[in-house]
Design a protein around this ligand. Sequence first.
Ligand SMILES: Nc1ncnc2c1ncn2[C@@H]1O[C@H](COP(=O)(O)OP(=O)(O)O)[C@@H](O)[C@H]1O
Ligand SMILES: [Mg+2]
Length: 378
Amino acid sequence: MSPADWKKVSLLFDDCSDYPPEQWNKILNRRGETDESILAEVKKLLSNREKAGTFFDSLSNRIEAELSPRHQHLYHDGDRIGKFIVKRLISRGGMAVVYLAERAVRTFANSSAPLKANEQHSGDTGRVPGNMACLAAAGKLPRAAIKVMSCHAGNPWTSFRKEQNILSKVSHPNIAELHDYGITREGLLYIAMEYIDGVAVDRFCDLHGLGTGDRLRLVVQVCDAIQYSHGKQIIHQDIKPSNILVDRTGKVKVIDFGVAAILNDPGNRSRPGTGFSGTFSYAAPERLAGAAPSFSSDIYQIGMVIHKLITGDLPRTCFDPAALQEYFPGADNFPRKVMEEMASIFAGTLSPDPAARYQRAEALAEDIRSLLAGIGSQ
Ligand SMILES: Nc1ncnc2c1ncn2[C@@H]1O[C@H](COP(=O)(O)OP(=O)(O)O)[C@@H](O)[C@H]1O
Ligand SMILES: [Mg+2]
């Protein structure tokens, strides 16, 4: 089989792997794949899932080696990616390049019913998620942010498959929604998601000159998104301002599940690894010391975001609640109770001991709300 065939095998495997064996044939039929050798390979892998993880790792290396020389190019205005037409580059990072794109057609048949995540594969019937259909009906061409893997980095194939897999499991108002995913004509994996017309949270706060209360209100939305992810056993692992966008209406959207991990992942493909992934400056100390990621390490990162938004900087050394008064802007204006609550929030997020941190993002959100009540409109 050619690399293109193996890619089909890999995607069909993904489509089926969350479903029980009796549904595999139905799903494969719906995908329209007729090549018997591809179908046989998918079924072989599905019935032997433990080995599949190792298989895909070696496959990813082979495909990567084969594709990388050809794929170090960028997409330009007018280029096609799946059902989308590229408009412009948004961001070019080591692991991925992100583009603003528009849906290629204006009207869709059968588009009113929202799709289930597993039906959003670009090889399907051409239906689109409900909200995109609404935009189309309103005469607006639906926009998407398309994240295309870059072949310059470590193991993008594996990382992208993980991100696709994780995004297909989540649906929350504070998390950028997955629209579609697939492989470009050039053989690169892509994820098409809800385009957030906004900026990173720290920039948003500065642009709008937000006070402490409004900054913390944005953090509450981050907590909501992370609590939801944790409920799905997903650890984000890279919570930081550039992965928290705020749109023009002040709504937070958490993005970038590129290094996220699923605890107890039955498919065994997105389990937390022992190696470090994420951003050093926002990482919990135990992660830097080699401990596995946990809900607690995400809570620590939210604490770092709070610190950045409130003080303008990250803590230089291990956080010391006693020093809070020195740099908490406007500290003198706040009642003593508010200062104590602030100190306790920092201690409950930035403590070097994971056990001393909030165990749930929603408990943190609750404490922030209570503090907000004391701050009023400041
Ligand atoms: N859904 C989106 N809408 C708008 N911009 C986005 C979206 N997703 C990503 N971006 C932009 O692209 C940047 C990189 O995307 P991200 O998913 O964080 O990838 P990485 O950090 O791994 O390169 C983000 O910081 C943001 O500026
Ligand atoms: Mg990012």
